[in-house]
Design a protein. Structure first.
Ligand code: PLP
Length: 391
């Protein structure tokens, strides 16, 4: 690990996930592992499988995999679709592009709507594409709710309305890997069929768990879906979950952590959690603007509550600034991914996070920009603090 020579204290992990884990979560994870087929585990399993539902805004089942988010992407596709099925995907950034590639690798036909990586999914285009599909060949619409590579949040409720307006029966599959537990989201209310998520961001856990929340329509589709699957197959998992177990060895210790994280989110109240994230995002954007820099996201309706991607002036490389900040202040910021490499840095402000951590983070960014010779106005930190002072 690269650490600043003069730094004691903790590392600032301000990438947009994995996020900082609360001490209480870490302590829970450190407990001795128990028999995953015994009665104590069974109680834990039953508890978690219920307690996880409100975070997704669902009263239906949530399948938990001992895998990173990429696994849950695959699970969503292979459980609902058959070889050659058409899926409608939107290029909003690096992660949507990866999910599309996975769909192609699995033998699906991807209808890709190109994007500029500065805007989310346009609901009008969803309606147009589905209305044009008179044979109803499109079987699923795949959306990344919060594109972690760009800091742009697509409006899922409006996308649902667009699908309804087109009277199209396609399934709605949504990636909430960097929005769950951070940005408002409602699986049931918004008529989502499969919600994909992961443990390492808004849920404040280490990486290693991922999720599929599934609607009744998705469950019905899974009875007919013919893409090959074994580990990802929902059916044996749902059968074992009925008894509080998994068909294989689950991530016992991460489930201990999940139990605590879910309790913390419930105690804070999800509405308050969303408001906290929006407020920190607002303060961060105020800093960026006051520095005279540009937020990558161009539509204020799509600003992300989880992270802010900051565009660098042409002559400067964002990776050099990040390296300086890591070296001097022991803080990690998110890199620009694929075509944004070197062009942006990303400030993660999600998960276990409070005002003074944001002030410290933005202070580190401001000093790092100065040290890197980037011409900024010196008002950023104060602008952010003014937002925070207002309460
Ligand atoms: N989707 C989004 C929006 C993400 O941010 C990520 C990871 O950061 C992924 C998918 C992939 O998840 P994982 O890296 O956990 O496999």
């Amino acid at each position: 690990m690269s650490r600043a020579a003069t730094t004691s204290g903790r590392h600032y992990l301000q990438i947009p996930g994995p996020t900082n884990c609360p001490d209480e979560v870490l302590r829970a994870i450190a407990a001795p592992t128990i028999d995953h087929r015994g009665p104590e585990f069974q109680e834990l399993g039953h508890h978690i499988l219920q307690a996880i539902r409100p975070v997704f805004g669902t009263s239906g089942p949530v399948i938990i995999y001992p895998a990173s988010g990429t696994g849950a992407w695959e699970a969503a596709l292979v459980n609902t679709l058959s070889p050659g099925d058409r899926v409608l995907c939107f290029e909003t950034g690096h992660f949507s592009a990866l999910w599309m590639k996975m769909a192609e690798d699995l033998g699906l036909q991807v209808d890709m709507v190109p994007g500029d990586w500065r805007h989310g999914i346009d609901p009008a285009v969803v309606e147009e594409k589905l209305s044009a599909d008179s044979g109803q060949e499109i079987k699923a619409v795949c959306c990344v709710h919060n594109e972690t590579s760009t800091g742009v949040t697509s409006r899922i409720s409006e996308i649902r309305e667009a699908m309804n307006a087109a009277s199209h029966p396609a399934l709605l599959l949504v990636d909430t890997i960097s929005s769950l537990g951070a940005i408002e989201y409602h699986h049931d209310k918004w008529g989502v069929d499969v919600t994909v998520s992961g443990s390492q961001k808004g849920l404040m856990l280490p990486p290693g768990l991922s999720f599929n929340a599934v609607s009744e329509k998705a469950l019905a589709a899974s009875e007919k879906a013919r893409l090959p699957k074994s580990f990802w197959d929902w059916r044996p998992i749902l059968a074992a979950n009925k008894n509080g177990f998994w068909p294989y060895t689950p991530s016992t210790n991460l489930l201990y952590g999940l139990k605590v994280a879910l309790r913390m989110l419930e105690e804070e109240g999800l509405e308050n959690v969303f408001t906290r994230h929006q407020r920190h995002a607002r303060a961060t954007r105020a800093a960026v603007e006051a520095w005279g820099l540009e937020v990558l996201c161009q539509d204020p309706r799509e600003y992300s509550g989880s992270l802010t991607a900051v565009l660098m002036p042409e002559a400067f490389n964002a990776d050099d600034v990040r390296a300086t900040i890591l070296e001097r202040f022991d803080m990690s910021l998110g890199a620009g991914l694929s075509k944004l490499a070197g062009r942006v840095f990303r400030i993660g402000h999600l998960g276990a996070f409070e005002d003074l951590t944001l002030v410290g983070t933005l202070g580190g960014v401001q000093m790092g920009l100065n040290l890197s010779g980037v011409p900024i106005k010196q008002d950023g930190l104060e602008a952010a603090m003014a937002v925070l002072e207002k309460g």
